[in-house]
Design a protein around this ligand. Sequence first.
Ligand code: F42
Length: 346
Amino acid sequence: MLLKRLKRQCQQEVLNVVKFGIEFVPKEAWWKTVYYAMQSEKRGFDNLWITDHYNNRNVYTTLAATAIYTKKIVFGPGVTNPFLINPIMTAQSLASLDEMAPGRVVLGMGAGDKTTLASTGIEAKKQLSAVVDSIAIFKAMLEGKSVNYEGKVFQVKGTKFNFKPRGQIPVYIGAQGPKMLATAGKIGDGVLINASHPKDIDYAVGRVKSGVDEAGKNMSDVDVTAYTSFSVHKKPEKAAQAATPVVAFIAAGSPNVILERHGISLEKVNKIRGALAKGDFGGAFGSVSPKMMEAFCIAGTPDVCNEKISRLLKAGITQFVVGSPVGPNVRKSIDLISKQVIPHFK
Ligand code: F42
């Protein structure tokens, strides 16, 4: 009896610490993304992440408007990369944003999406080292001193702001590969794990823990974040329909090791890859299988989503990010999440 009560209490404590974040891709006019940001804040989200790809709207104009139009939500790029944006400029952008929204700014840094980077002519070499160097330069610049740093990818000499930054800003690392996950545990204040299934989160948490142990830190020092593909609607088929295109792209971009982990046939994924390459989106989306949906998104009614979020909490996450597509209608889905998902955990 006592044991059961203690177990329940422990589970409750775990559930109580979870933060809810939301991700937006700034592919629409700035005011629409900022409207969603304001609505997310009002509806109880703790964190807001804006993705960074050169072919969408600029992440920092979106975040600057967010700083002005919101009051308490914590926000940042989720994630920028050191190849397109030099880490000195990232430090400058975040330090400036931190003056606009004191204490509400966080950095999300990752290796950069290779497909998007490829079209810019920028060669993303030594991605792990580039992330490590960038974070070292970022942190040193935020101390407001003159920075000298000799990294494998980036070197700076006497780099210094002409203003005094407010102070350190938490750094999250977007990570999927085993070394990047461990690095996030070692040097990050948080990790953004691009996954929706407990099997992937379990694996990732294990890798993050190895980095945490190596650095002599505690897991409680790192905000372990599931950065999911999410879609909620009262009608499950509508939720699934909205998530299918996102799942097609995730499946096509997944390494073999992840497909094997979920028992997804390479042949079926190659069919999607072939269709996407030809611009045959109908063919690609039509080839998404139930196994792919199960592995690569959380889609369904609020009850189904809550059950799946609970499984990720048990795997050790401390922040749950509702990522694209959010639902068939973003505004209505945010309302539904605020009424039937967030209250289930807080
Ligand atoms: N990418 C974007 O461009 N924009 C976004 O908005 C974005 C959001 C986002 C959110 C969460 C998230 O988890 C990822 C996100 N991404 C976004 C993708 C991200 O930028 C990366 O593309 C993605 O996370 C994949 O990177 P990865 O973490 O798997 O790391 C890659 C680079 C990798 O291969 N890692 C290896 C590993 O084991 O982790 C290590 C590679 C290594 O050791 N490299 C050596 C080195 O020194 O760097 C060099 C090796 C050699 O031979 O050259």
